[in-house]
Design a protein around this ligand. Sequence first.
Ligand code: ZN
Ligand code: MN
Length: 484
Amino acid sequence: MSTAKLKLERLETVIGLELHAQLKTKTKLFCNCRADQFDAPPNTHTCPVCLGMPGALPVLNKQAVELALKAALAFHCRVHERSLFARKNYFYPDLPKGYQISQYDEPLATGGWVEFEVDGRPRRVGIRRVHLEEDAGKLIHTEEGRSLVDFNRSGVPLIEIVTEPEIHTPREARALMEEIRRILRYIGVSDADLEKGELRCDANISLSVDGRPGTRTEIKNMNSFRAVEEALSFEERRQRKALEEGGQVEQQTLGWDAERGQVVLQRGKEESEDYRYFPEPDLPPLIVTQEWLERLRATLPELPAEKRRRWREEFGLPDYDIRVLTEERPVAEFFEAVVRLFPEPKEVSNWMMSELLRLLKEEGVAVEELPLRLEPADFAQVLRLVKEGKINRNTGKGLLAEVFKTGRSPEELVRERGLERITDEEALAQVAEQVLAENPKAVSDYKSGKREALGFLLGQVMRATRGKADPKLARELLLRKLSG
Ligand code: ZN
Ligand code: MN
């Protein structure tokens, strides 16, 4: 066997992403059919426009344009005053018009960037373009071997986000897609629910050899972060092996078979010329004025990357805490509201990560509902009661859960349940006395040198007070009485 594998000194992986995100509009891009009814029965949200009937004319949805513009601004793109819709012609059973209305040589926005983090290191990747287009319908292949088509999704508004090919590892590709999703959710442009297909990823990948660009393959339609990372890793290995063995990479369009963990050939690559793009004659150019743009810019919240940076400086939190708590905007804003009332960021972070996020999960409450379910002031109040020693930490956790579940105020619950920590020496001395009287065996054990009997007696005091005794004081009192 020959081991003379080709040694390639400088093989570099080059990846670009093309993401499709469903805009969070009420209606479709060019008609009044509902676009927000994911679970509706097939073909119940259709009309002549989105069914591609002859003579039906598209009317552009203003809300979709505004959401697309907000995304373009959040990706730091240059928004063009004039952009143009174009017909992308191809045949597919879920595309009744025989073309998709998209944008081509005059897109909505170009030349932006996204800042993100990979394993704690900052990265920035260019955004080549953001444009508006309509989705196609959905094919359903039945077990009996029939294919059905559902046009509810036909005409739903999408933005296509194309990155520059500046990504160099599958892990970076995943982190970038995660950040794009985070941004879209922060700015309220898309829910980007991957399971509902609201964010889908095509990725192209090539290996440049000693600086010379290589042949690209494209992996289509991945709808999980894991699939993106795994498919790109697989394809990176496959191309590397081919090149090292002196072979070539063919330009192909691939799919990802997650079950078998490998790419599958879909077709030889088509070029954009194959689509015979031409300007959409039924829609005028889209004109975006500066005032309109500035009005939308003013509605943008702080973006995740800015937030992470500010939190690091302002709160000095560990990166892990920052990552967890800035993941979803409602959680991040809840944290900020609590810290304004109880300015101990690390303590707030600990309670949120260990208690609050667990409660949300246990109670099946979506993060969007957090502000409706719990007042930051009540959360801060629980922390304050613990800090001031009025209740102990464990009681505080139980109290928080109860406040969360009932929506009642912490003070009220503390009063009603008598949860205050017993720091009253006289009251506690009585309890200690009683515990000693009821446990003569443990008392004599202690006196004959079995020190561990003290732990048992202390446990009995805590039990008698249902955990509310100040343990330090209780221990002192027991010791005093035992040696007396
Ligand atoms: Zn319609
Ligand atoms: Mn597209």
